[in-house]
Design a protein around this ligand. Structure first.
Ligand code: PEP
Length: 252
């Protein structure tokens, strides 16, 4: 266990309505009372339909709000059904998840992810950049090359890397209750940080989160990996109790 402050970022996916504000209120109360938490690092990425409503109702900035995707085109345009980073920033989003495997599975390529990152960075959104291998890629020992390719083809040296947080999310662990072996995960996180330093010729490592079936039980073993800078939590973040239990057990 470590006392270093960590990110706890929720990804609500396509869940939630106005009534879900009670989840936010409960998490808000918990964080407010809990001195050891860095308030800037608790983020909930909610559906676009809720960002503005939650932002207006939240009287404090204890919880940051984020979006889960955007169109790569900045500003406005003829893209039926899409929302741009510009629009998300204007309604109160501070963070945005990009490159999530659920979108990659629908055809989002590394090149598209890169364009989305560019527009999000231009809008001063903090990017949660998801990378991860499929089960097939893991079995065929391609995981490191897949991760390298995702990083190399979606980022550029000139990007403001301080605005980018990595989320390592093996596709096979999302919503499956399976997590990587602790020693394997530790090696992957180290690999991502090192590869980034080499690729972008920098001495600074990026923040790297782990995401995939994080819950109140496995968080204890995950907390032993000091290189992990926090967690991206899907299913469990849709319940205030489950989300809070994860944070509680992390610091126990
Ligand atoms: C996710 O979809 O980003 C995620 C981590 O999901 P889950 O926690 O439900 O596996």
């Amino acid at each position: 266990m470590t006392n270093k402050l960590k990110y706890f970022i929720g990804n609500w996916k396509m869940f939630g309505d106005f009534g879900s504000f009670k989840i936010i209120q409960e998490v808000n109360r918990y964080i407010y009372k809990n001195k050891r938490l860095d308030k800037k690092k608790i983020v909930l990425c909610v559906p676009n339909t809720l960002i503005h409503f939650f932002k207006k109702k939240l009287k404090s900035n204890i919880i940051s709000l984020g979006a889960q995707n955007c169109h790569f085109h900045e500003g406005y345009g003829a893209f039926t059904g899409s929302v741009s980073a510009t629009m998300l920033k204007r309604i109160g989003a501070e963070y945005i998840i990009l490159g999530h495997s659920e979108n990659r599975l629908e055809g989002e390529t590394n090149q598209i992810v890169k364009k989305k990152i560019i527009s999000a960075l231009n809008q001063k959104l903090k990017v949660i950049f998801c990378i991860g291998e499929t089960f097939k890629e893991k079995k065929s020992r391609k995981k490191f090359s897949v991760l390298r390719k995702q990083i190399k083809s979606s980022l550029e040296k000139k990007f403001n890397k301080n605005q980018i947080i990595f989320a390592y999310e093996p596709v096979w662990s999302i919503g499956t209750n399976k997590i990587p072996k602790i020693n394997e995960l530790e090696n992957i996180i180290k690999f991502i940080k090192k590869d980034f330093r080499i690729l972008f010729k920098t001495g600074n490592s990026p923040k790297v989160l782990y995401g995939g079936s994080v819950n109140h039980k496995n968080i204890k073993s995950l907390s032993s990996i000091t290189e992990i800078d926090g967690f991206l939590i899907g299913g469990a973040s849709q319940s205030a109790k489950k989300f809070i239990d994860i944070i509680e057990n992390y610091y126990k």
